[in-house]
Design a protein around this ligand. Structure first.
Ligand SMILES: Cc1ncc(COP(=O)(O)O)c(C=O)c1O
Ligand SMILES: N[C@H](C=O)CCC(=O)O
Length: 427
């Protein structure tokens, strides 16, 4: 390898990154890849190509948005077409109407929509809306649920918060921390107790937990949240940043047939470009500025480039068997992983729904964040590292989700299964 090319190897870039960025990265989970993160040269379909010359089968998929895989040709075409027409107008475009109509046609709770630029912004706004609408201050959330990186729900969160053990981030005012009540996932008694005794503006929940590994809701838990929030006039917010358009076109609310008051979306609806959205009942959404006085604004809100990528992605999901392929890949890989792990003499469990799953070693049932914390994180990381060496990239953290896409063909799935059998037999 020539000397010039050598300077661009991941190891060298990482040295520069450590000087430029806190912890070397711009989002903490990326630093969980050891000894240093690989740097990507390009991506296509199910593959990432690193600057070190390795081809990786990707099961992280940008942490969820890429349900069609990388650089899907139709989405790419639509992005390029939009680039030719400009990418920021500072005034409305037809594209925002088209994407909003698509979302409204599929997501049962969607009556009105506000586009923002990340899932973080979306949940922050949904919480503000719940507070503005009810004139109450407290929010109830669940241990291990992650709703983004703002102050209002960054307490007992999952994802990198758990990975790096920052259960309460410093910098959040105590007065804000005191507005957040935390219950265990799947624990309705806790929710009932707090709703009955306190004035709670809203209950925010990941209808499937995707930030503590994958943890499934009991149907009665979601039904109960709906009934209790109605009884106590509290706003039910489904954070569908991961599950929206992943569990199917109608998201988790369609899958479980429980309709919240507000829904936050992100990831897939932007086709891989930055996005967030709050949607829900007209009566609540109409409190947003300029119609009401719950403030939100954004230079990049509903920018036409993201709108174009989102519309194209949903069009593909509507008109092809993309979900079938992604779900089949996840089912087959999870089943083979189960086969492999069953030959070992330790406890384990695999939680899966549609195109998302995660495995936990050392525990036979995971129904809340406490269970997930008991899993053998070190063994998980070991498996991640060994798979990476064989060209398969699963999340570097136990507290993330393994995602599949419509680019994960039978051939790619078989390569993955081979690698899994090899790795599990060695541990
Ligand atoms: C359920 C959930 N809500 C909110 C967020 C925040 O989204 P973003 O990273 O786009 O700010 C994420 C992921 O990061 C998420 O998984
Ligand atoms: N779990 C997070 C979002 O879903 C992962 C994304 C990140 O923190 O960079």
């Amino acid at each position: 390898m020539d000397k010039r090319r050598c300077t661009f190897l991941s190891e060298n870039l990482w040295k520069k990154a450590l000087e430029l960025f806190a912890g070397g990265v711009n989002s903490p989970v990326r630093a969980a890849v050891k000894p240093y993160p690989f740097y990507v040269e390009k991506s296509e379909g199910a593959f990432l190509y690193t600057i070190d010359g390795q081809r990786l089968i990707d099961y992280v998929l940008g942490y969820g948005p890429l349900i069609l895989g990388h650089a899907h040709p139709y989405v790419k075409k639509k992005i390029i077409e939009q680039i030719e027409k400009g990418w920021l107008y500072g005034t409305p475009s037809k594209k925002e109407i088209e994407l909003a109509e698509k979302i409204r046609s599929h997501i049962p709770s969607a009556e009105k929509i506000r586009f923002v630029n990340s899932g973080t912004e979306a949940t922050m706004l949904a919480i503000r809306l719940a507070r503005g609408y009810t004139k109450r201050e407290k929010i109830l959330k669940f241990d291990g649920n992650y709703h983004g990186a703002h102050d209002y729900a960054l307490i007992n969160a999952g994802s990198a918060v758990s990975e790096f053990n920052v259960i309460i981030s410093s910098g959040i005012p105590t007065s804000i921390i005191n507005t957040v009540i935390v219950c265990k996932y799947n624990d309705l008694d806790c929710v009932e107790k707090h709703l009955r005794t306190e004035e709670i503006a809203g209950v925010i929940v990941e209808p499937v937990m995707g930030n503590m590994g994958v943890i499934l809701p009991e149907q009665d838990f979601l039904n109960g949240l709906r009934e209790l929030t109605k009884t106590y006039n509290s706003v039910l917010i489904f954070d569908e940043v991961i599950t929206g358009f992943r569990l199917g076109l109608s998201g988790a609310q369609g899958y479980f047939k429980v309709i919240p008051d507000l829904t936050t979306l992100g990831k897939i609806i932007g086709g891989g470009l930055p996005i967030g959205a709050v949607t829900g009942k007209k009566e609540i959404m109409s409190n947003l500025t300029p119609e009401g006085n719950v403030f939100n604004a954004g230079t990049f809100n509903a920018n036409p480039l993201t709108m174009a990528a989102g519309i194209a992605t949903i069009e593909v999901l509507e008109t092809t068997n993309a979900y079938d392929i992604a779900n089949k890949a996840s089912k087959e890989i999870a089943e083979e992983l189960d086969n492999s792990l069953s030959k070992k003499n330790f406890k384990y469990t695999i939680n899966r729904i549609q195109s998302m799953f995660q495995f936990f070693i050392g525990i036979s049932k995971v129904t809340n964040a406490d269970d997930a914390r008991l899993a053998n994180k070190h063994l998980y990381v070991k498996i991640h590292e060994k798979l990476l060496k064989l060209g398969v990239f699963i999340p570097p953290s136990q507290f993330e989700t393994i995602f599949t896409s419509s680019s994960h063909s039978d051939e790619i799935v078989n390569l993955t299964i081979e690698a899994i059998h090899k790795v599990v037999s060695e541990i």
